[in-house]
Design a protein around this ligand. Structure first.
Ligand SMILES: Nc1ncnc2c1ncn2[C@@H]1O[C@H](COP(=O)(O)OP(=O)(O)O)[C@@H](O)[C@H]1O
Ligand SMILES: [Mg+2]
Length: 322
């Protein structure tokens, strides 16, 4: 694909835009004609099972691998023609990375700061702030080899932040971590998103992406199956957006009132609760308490059924993995 094509469709609100991005290893098509968009400010989940093509895609976007075909723009720069500009503005954390075990934490980060030609005085402040952010301030003088796996992973994250990149590409940053260490990494990512960074995180642990990410892409056998909002996945796959309603009595009246709402597709009593199917996943549910107040029914509980990304993932990849 002609690289100029991407300039024509470029959009400032996009951090990453790929156009028919393809990578082959011999006969194997590891990434097949990928068309994916990541918006600036996204905390973007890149989902796929082992061998789906996640690492290959992230390596291409980080300029470590050259695509066989297709093009991509990263932060407005063409991946092929402006690879240097891309490199200066991204932080790539590979799935496996070595650390210098005999180095001290501060020394390690300072070293990478020097590689990016950040002046000495400035590096001191940057390293201090980053250690604070990743919760390693108290370990600043520790030898890296003495850090726990979770701490080393957070140090890896600190390393890719030294040059203050706009976009982070993180390849399974939480894999192999215990639940607490994983939660800590996720909390840092949320903090970074608040600071305005765009973050792409690959994972196959879907439950952890569900509440973290605002948008996701699902890739299977090199092909993009879905790219969009988490709630949008349900619409594509036909999973009903359900809200559970509990009232203290007058269930029949409540059901009748809810059925009259244009926002509601279906309402029925199930096991002493009312199962309400909304028109769309993003339909405002405030119409439910309002309708119940009008009908003089006391509302006791209201809960949107969470969409289980894992179920959705299994549904959408069924055709590919069988
Ligand atoms: N250097 C390589 N040489 C040959 N095949 C590779 C190489 N790297 C990855 N692959 C193959 O490409 C496919 C995608 O791999 P990868 O991008 O690592 O997937 P994921 O990160 O989703 O597990 C797999 O089938 C893998 O075996
Ligand atoms: Mg991988």
């Amino acid at each position: 694909m002609d690289a100029n094509r991407t300039s024509q469709v470029s959009d400032d609100s996009l951090a990453v835009e790929t156009l028919n991005l393809t990578r082959r290893y011999g006969d194997l098509v590891a990434v097949s004609s990928l068309n994916m968009q990541v918006h600036r400010g996204d905390l973007f989940g890149f989902i796929g099972s082992n061998g789906a093509g996640k690492t290959t895609t992230l390596r291409i976007l980080s300029t470590f691998l050259i695509p066989s075909e297709g093009a991509a723009r990263v932060l407005g720069h063409d991946l092929k023609r402006e690879a240097d500009k891309v490199r200066h503005n991204i932080g790539y954390m590979p799935d496996f990375f070595g650390v210098y075990k005999d180095m001290e934490v501060t020394e390690y980060l300072d070293f990478f700061g020097a590689c990016y030609k950040i002046p000495f005085k400035k590096r001191e402040t940057i390293v201090r702030d980053i250690l604070e952010l990743v919760g390693l301030s108290e370990k600043r003088g520790a030898l890296i080899g003495a850090l726990s796996r979770g701490m080393q992973q957070r140090l890896g994250l600190a390393r890719v932040l030294v040059h203050d990149p706009q976009l982070l590409l993180l390849d399974e940053p939480a894999s192999g971590l215990d639940p607490r260490a994983r939660v800590e990494v996720m909390a840092i990512l949320q903090e970074l998103q608040k600071m305005g960074k765009t973050i792409i995180i690959s994972s196959h642990i879907l439950s952890e992406l569900q509440n973290l990410c605002n948008r996701v892409a699902i890739i299977e056998k090199g092909k993009l199956i879905y790219c969009g909002s988490v709630s949008g996945v349900t619409e594509q796959t036909g999973v009903d957006p359900v809200v559970w309603v509990e009232v203290n009595s007058e269930t029949g009246i409540a059901v009748a009132a809810l059925r009259q709402l244009p926002e509601v597709t279906e309402a029925e009593e199930t096991e002493s609760r009312i199962r309400v199917v909304m028109q769309a996943a993003d339909t405002d549910i405030s119409c439910i308490p309002e309708a119940l107040v009008r009908a003089n029914v006391k509302l006791v509980g209201l809960r949107r059924e969470s969409v289980d990304l894992e179920d959705v993932y299994l549904q959408v990849t069924r055709g590919e993995t069988q």
